[in-house]
Design a protein around this ligand. Sequence first.
Ligand code: UDP
Ligand code: MG
Length: 156
Amino acid sequence: MERTLILLKPDAVQRGLVGKVLSRFEEKGLKIVALKLMKITPELAAKHYESHKERKFYPGLVKFMTSSPVVAIALEGIDAVKICRTLMGATFGADAAPGTIRGDFGVSRSFNLVHGSDSPEAAQRELGLFFPENTLHYDYAAYGWIYDPIEELKKG
Ligand code: UDP
Ligand code: MG
């Protein structure tokens, strides 16, 4: 099993799309292992977006992400990082395919509703930043039907 960090960005919260966007991940079969509404501090934003520091869009991105609360979520599943990125769609709503979160709910080139870790290494780092108190471990009844218990769960 793999874990990934998802952020429902300020635009998702302010537009009343938290439930709909979270449902995309839940319905796909990802297990929620942590979830909280929080305000991102400038310090946390700087750590989280460290790799974008030199980019032209960085100041606007930090301003956006710290402007209003986000919902931080840790999700678990086999290949969770890749599956979540696929569900999110391309970075800009205008380019993202219909059926993806960004493709269905937005058109902006900066307000794009959702963040998802882009590699298992990034996920570990980002989960440490947003959930230093650790995520939960519990039995998820649905796993027995989301995955083939003989073929998949024994490997995962
Ligand atoms: N972003 C932006 N303008 C750009 C590129 C990115 O405002 O030209 C923002 C956007 O919110 C994006 C975030 O910066 O989600 C991180 O960019 P990245 O290229 O990592 O895209 P992602 O991994 O989120 O698809
Ligand atoms: Mg990225």
